[in-house]
Design a protein around this ligand. Structure first.
Ligand SMILES: Nc1ncnc2c1ncn2[C@@H]1O[C@H](COP(=O)(O)OP(=O)(O)OP(=O)(O)O)[C@@H](O)[C@H]1O
Ligand SMILES: [Mg+2]
Length: 289
């Protein structure tokens, strides 16, 4: 793609005491859905919070659709152009779905009441919640609450959507519905999707970033991440002590990831296999940006 990136960041660094939550992170995000995966504490939420301009980085710079959040005017413009679904949306449980999204719309400076209410109805319709918009949030299921949070993030039709683990805690059917909504949202905008579900990445994302201890260890396509495990996944009747990771499968055989012994019965790798190998002390690699 030759279009200008929606987000370009260089050298983002943020320390909490002795911990580098972000350690010299540079990236570019373009239209489509980019998955952000990494172990607990890797810095995914911190990266999203920085890009959402919720916290400033200690060092480094970034731009959202050409606007520099380092300046007051640029921050305001960037905020108008992004939607953020936080890891723990701070719901007011007594609010109705409508009044919660309306409240976020007020914070987003949609000041004209009639236009704002039209926009709130539009985003609730987009996530299929029109029927329950008058219900209090405490009476909604987890999947519905996540859709309320997504509706709030979609206010104002932002060019950049930052979604922090939106499918966590959803049952498989709800997760599938939510994937459809994210896929729709990603058709015409840039989405950064933090998740622990490697299937989310395999099914939805055109790019994937793996973060470990505040640094980017991999950036590429899901197929490239899967290819990291080509020839490195094999099955065996007993646990293979030489494997970097191995587990018994439903078939009763073991699935091993690592350096296979000679003559091993190789298996088709998955994105998760590639991810496990990136985590396993591989040299940090960032595809040329
Ligand atoms: N407000 C804070 N104060 C102190 N330390 C923090 C704060 N926020 C994050 N950290 C630390 O920064 C590091 C990165 O945390 P972050 O929440 O960004 O990780 P994450 O990848 O989102 O993890 P998870 O998958 O568990 O959501 C962790 O070591 C965490 O303890
Ligand atoms: Mg997080």
């Amino acid at each position: 793609m030759t279009t200008a990136p929606t987000v370009s960041a260089s050298g983002l660094t943020l320390r909490y005491g002795g911990t580098a939550a972000l350690d010299d992170v540079s990236l570019r995000l373009r239209e489509g859905i980019t998955g952000l995966i990494g172990p607990n504490g890797a810095g995914k939420t911190t990266l999203l919070r920085v890009l959402a301009t919720a916290v400033p980085a200690d060092r480094g710079a970034f731009a959202v659709l050409g606007h520099d959040p380092g300046t007051t005017a640029g921050r305001q413009e960037a905020r108008r152009r992004l939607g953020y679904l936080p890891q723990n949306p701070g719901f007011h449980l007594d609010f109705t779905a409508f009044s919660f999204v309306d409240y976020v719309a007020i914070l987003k400076e949609l000041t004209d009441r009639a236009a704002r209410h039209r926009e709130v109805r539009r985003v609730l319709e987009a996530v299929d919640l029109s029927d329950v918009r008058g219900k209090r949030i405490k009476r909604l299921s987890g999947g519905m609450r996540q859709r309320v949070a997504l509706a709030a993030a979609l206010l104002g039709d932002p060019g950049l959507l930052l979604l922090d683990e939106p499918t966590v805690g959803l049952d498989p059917e709800q997760r599938m519905r939510f994937r459809e909504l994210i896929a729709q949202a990603g058709e015409s905008r840039t989405v950064l999707l933090s998740t622990h579900q490697t299937e989310d990445v395999a099914m939805l994302c055109h790019r994937v970033i793996v973060m470990v201890r505040g640094r980017i260890h991999f950036e590429g396509t899901p197929a490239e991440l899967t290819a990291r495990a080509a020839g490195r996944v094999w099955s065996s009747a007993e646990r293979d002590p030489g494997a970097r990771a191995g587990w018994r499968t439903g078939l009763g055989t073991f699935r091993n990831v690592g350096d296979p012994p000679r003559g091993a019965a190789l298996l088709e790798p998955t994105l998760e296999d590639g991810y496990l190998l990136v985590l396993d002390g591989e040299p940090a690699e960032v595809a040329s940006l």
